[in-house]
Design a protein around this ligand. Structure first.
Ligand code: NG6
Ligand code: CA
Length: 521
């Protein structure tokens, strides 16, 4: 029975690849060797979406039917992780399969930072390209561009095209950082050569207004940071001059990226593709299109989550219309956990009401507590992944080795673990352990346990109202029984602590920070 079902499914796949003329026996052979199936792969990656921000993960104040459809029709992971509690390192791990703490520069990057991934390095798109895939990114990059000083008026490289993406339509860093322009395969879109762009993160350009000096020009008030150049009435991080015609429209960004993603699918459907659809929501500045403004009742943060959900619905509709849904593996996740006030007064705090973006976890973006890195994580592949819930520990970093397995090759060069069977729901065993990272600090999740070594520094970050996870003492939590990390068992379970520290040091080495190795032994 099962085999018959697979047969039907595979012949769909072959039709989608334009193989319908193949002799029948050939199709049946292909079924036996399921490794030969090369589905399209789409990674839909949100920015700062929390574990509890969507209804399928327990949100009651927001309804996200389109993401929920992926969760109910696919596999919903309850222990799915970004490698890090901030953007750049998580994206680095997703694309390179490497732990970001192996690269000292894998930190939140300014818009002028050089490319963080070496052009020699293994990457997810490179691996898929080597197996015949077409590859593309649409959306947020935030992994640096160029080799030092970038001239934005010429082709900017190296960048995504040089690390494995055939096509790259991106925003360079973040929505709140300059340059506020789209870049299409290295070229700033819509740039008027008579109005060249200059970008600087240190010094303003003479005569250019800033959010700190010209509050009358600002529509979205800044709370911390975000007081340099003003674009579309929003203060940004960094200074920018020129490039007026090329500046993006914030409220149209979601539609703009969606159209690019849909167009890519429509024009590349004849052979397998990998699309990394890196959406900008709900990162600051939260700028919902007017048709979503005010719709959530939770302020712009809620509105842009609804907007993102709608975009995902439209995108999936396109896959369906193009006959690709049964032949596309969709992975949905977020680069790090939630934050309410990330630098603008935008009602995220005031209108939060009963909504819990953390979904009962502790901490948030920037934090070593669970809400920093544990994020929504869904794999969906119609007729291939049996709908369900998996409690296995999985990390975005594992997609490289796992997808390599899926497409018939292997990757042994990275930290990525081949847990394909877990992603496909054939086993509920995932990783044994995972080192998570937050603002250059690391901790160990192993089995049901999470150990955070002692860290100096702030226990609480007032500006963003988030506990950092740092403490002068060891912390040990059973995150299965104590999801909210309320009971530090470091003192009452010394043997478990010892075991976790040894496991952590085996991966991380003893000098994982400059803090003296404790009084433990
Ligand atoms: C911080 C910004 C924050 C956000 C973050 C990057 C300030 C005060 N805060 O430095 O607003 O842009 O960087 O977020 O400037 S991330 O999701 O891309 O990592
Ligand atoms: Ca982020």
């Amino acid at each position: 029975m099962k085999k018959t079902l697979n047969l039907v499914v595979l012949s769909f796949a072959l039709v989608a690849f334009g193989c319908k003329d193949k002799p029948k026996e050939k199709q049946e052979v292909a079924v036996e060797e399921s490794k030969d199936v090369k589905p399209n792969v789409v990674v839909i990656y949100l920015d700062d979406l929390g574990y509890g921000d969507i209804s399928s993960y327990g949100a009651t104040e927001l309804s996200t039917p389109n993401i929920d459809a992926l969760a109910s029709g696919g596999l919903k992971f309850t222990n799915g992780y970004a490698s890090s509690a901030t953007c750049t390192p998580s994206r680095y791990a997703l694309l390179t399969g490497m732990y970001p703490w192996r690269n000292k520069d894998a930190k939140i990057l300014p818009g002028t930072a050089p490319l963080l991934i070496s052009t020699e390095q293994q990457t997810l798109p490179k691996m898929l390209k080597s197996q015949g895939y077409q590859t593309a990114i649409v959306g947020k990059w935030h992994l640096g561009l160029g080799t030092g000083t970038v001239n934005w008026n010429e082709r900017v490289s190296p960048g995504p095209n040089e690390v494995g993406f055939d096509e790259a339509y991106i925003l360079a860093a973040t929505q709140d950082r300059v340059p506020t322009v789209y870049i299409d395969n290295g070229n700033v879109v819509g740039l008027d050569p008579k109005d060249p762009i200059e970008v600087d993160y240190e010094t303003n350009f003479e005569g250019e207004p800033t959010a700190i000096d010209n509050p009358e020009m600002v529509d979205m008030k800044w709370h911390h940071g975000h007081n340099n150049s003003i674009v579309n009435g929003i203060g940004r991080i960094g200074f920018m001059k020129g490039g007026d015609a090329a500046k993006w429209s914030d409220v149209d960004m979601a539609d703009h990226f969606l159209a690019k993603a849909q167009d890519y699918v429509k024009t590349h459907k004849n052979s397998p593709f990998f699309l990394y659809y890196a959406m900008q929501q709900p990162h600051v500045p939260r700028t919902p299109h007017p048709r979503f403004a005010g719709k959530s009742g939770l302020g712009p943060r809620g509105d842009v989550i609804l907007e993102a959900d709608w975009c995902i619905g439209e995108f999936v509709k396109t896959l369906k219309e193009e006959g690709l849904l049964e032949n596309t593996l969709i992975v949905f996740s977020s680069d790090n956990g939630p934050v309410l006030n990330d630098g603008y007064y935008d009602d995220a705090v005031e209108k939060i009401g009963k909504h819990d973006p953390k979904g009962g976890l502790r901490g948030g973006k920037y934090s070593l507590f669970e809400a920093g890195t544990r994020v929504p994580f869904i794999t969906y592949w119609k007729n291939h992944i049996k709908p369900g819930v998996s409690d296995a520990i999985v990390c975005q970093m594992d997609l490289l080795a796992s997808l390599a397995d899926l497409v018939g090759t292997e990757d042994k060069t990275t930290d990525s673990k081949d847990i394909l069977e877990t992603f496909l729901g054939k086993t509920d065993k995932g990783r044994d352990n995972l080192v998570i990272e937050a603002t250059s600090r690391t901790a160990l999740r192993s089995g049901d346990w999470l150990m955070i070594p002692p860290y100096k520094g702030k226990v609480y970050q007032e500006k963003v109202d988030i506990e950092t996870g740092s403490s002068p003492d060891f912390q040990l939590y059973n995150v299965k029984e104590d999801k909210g990390q309320q009971n530090n068992l470091a003192k009452s379970k010394p043997e478990k602590l010892q075991e976790m520290v040894a496991e952590f040091e085996a991966i991380r080495g003893k000098n994982y920070n400059n803090i003296q190795q404790l009084k433990l032994r």
